[in-house]
Design a protein around this ligand. Structure first.
Ligand code: SF4
Length: 330
């Protein structure tokens, strides 16, 4: 199977590119390649983590996957009941239908929910806006999602601002689950939560994936969180997949020097794992620039750089079953 593919895909990204042009006053326009030729599938009931620093392209890729950002080239396809929908080109009725099937959980639920609204209304309004008018159905659906996110019904009378951070995030997830989506992009859903609450949110995602077959793209900068939350991890660097594979294998047996650097920089990964990656001492700041060097995009920072890395782009290679990395060392 090609890199990034899976059995029974719900979402297919094929050679996806998302470029932006940024132009400051009196300066030359710069093309920012936020996502640069990524192919990836997410299977039914699967959680795939996108890991990378800020600027790696993970959020842009997540937004393109649910049609919120248009691809510059390549294709985004939702596969359901043997039907394939081109997400990047959907318009009108098709797009309206897709909105229910493709959802996003934000890092900060306050960014999408009015804090001065009652919890009940924050769930009722999206349902009604999608045409669910029957009061009985509205109430049953709301009770159901509250149960699924582990919140008592009594909270429905509270105002959103009265909720704790963990409760707010659960309401953010409940809003997404109202429509039993096919694919959910969870954009750093636990990064603002305490360690004890992170596990609860990850558990809700895991349960939805398992019991309802919902596919999740879980965006995080934290390798330890990715390992717990996802079956597969894709490590992104400057809009490209540096490494992808089963989560345990990517953490326990990383190939790409950038993956090793991320593991070493992770405060939450077990010290034993970090020791394995000692040889990789990445040059420069971990903050990524928008410049795309020729050859391997990681070469200016790679401690293991060779001559050919500066001119030739490495392809993803399968180094063990389902585990791929793009690096001239292999
Ligand atoms: Fe480093 Fe070369 Fe591998 Fe790129 S291809 S990660 S520069 S060794």
């Amino acid at each position: 199977m090609p890199a990034g593919s899976t059995n029974d895909p719900v979402l297919k990204l094929e050679d996806l590119c998302v470029f932006f042009t940024s132009k400051r006053f009196m300066e030359k326009a710069v093309v920012v390649k936020a996502v640069d030729g990524v192919s990836l599938e997410v299977g039914r009931g699967e959680v795939v983590a996108l890991v990378g620093e800020s600027g790696s392209g993970k959020t842009t890729m997540g937004r393109a996957a649910i049609g919120l950002t248009a691809p510059t080239s390549g294709k985004v396809t939702l596969v359901e009941n043997d039907l394939e929908v081109d997400v990047g080109k959907a318009k009108g009725k098709t797009w309206k239908g897709l909105r229910k099937r493709l959802q996003i959980i934000f890092q900060d639920p306050f960014s999408s929910i009015d804090p001065n609204m009652r919890v009940y209304d924050s769930l009722k309004i999206p349902l009604q806006s999608q045409g669910v008018k029957d009061a009985g159905e509205v109430s049953r659906t709301i009770d159901d999602v509250m149960r699924r996110v582990g919140l008592p019904k009594e909270l429905l009378d509270n105002y959103v601002f009265q909720l704790s951070g963990g409760q707010r995030q659960r309401i953010g997830i409940a809003r997404v689950l109202l429509f039993n989506p096919a694919l959910v992009v969870a954009d750093e859903p636990v990064s603002m939560l305490d360690a004890s609450l992170k596990g609860d949110i990850i558990h809700i995602i895991e349960k939805e994936a398992k019991e309802r077959g919902t596919a999740f793209i879980f965006i995080t900068h934290d390798m330890a969180v990715a390992r717990v939350a996802a079956q597969r991890i894709a490590v992104l660097y400057l809009g490209k997949v540096a490494e992808i594979g089963p989560s345990d294998r990517v953490i326990e047996n990383p190939y790409h020097p950038y993956t090793k650097a991320l593991l070493q920089a992770s405060p939450t990964i077990e010290p034993g794992m970090r020791d394995k990656t000692k040889e990789v001492n990445v040059r420069g700041d971990l903050a990524i620039s928008t410049e795309h060097p020729p050859g391997c995009v990681f070469h200016p920072r790679c401690p293991l750089v060779m001559d050919r890395c500066k001119t030739d782009v490495p392809e993803l290679k399968e180094l063990e079953p389902g585990h791929w990395a793009s690096c001239w060392l292999y």
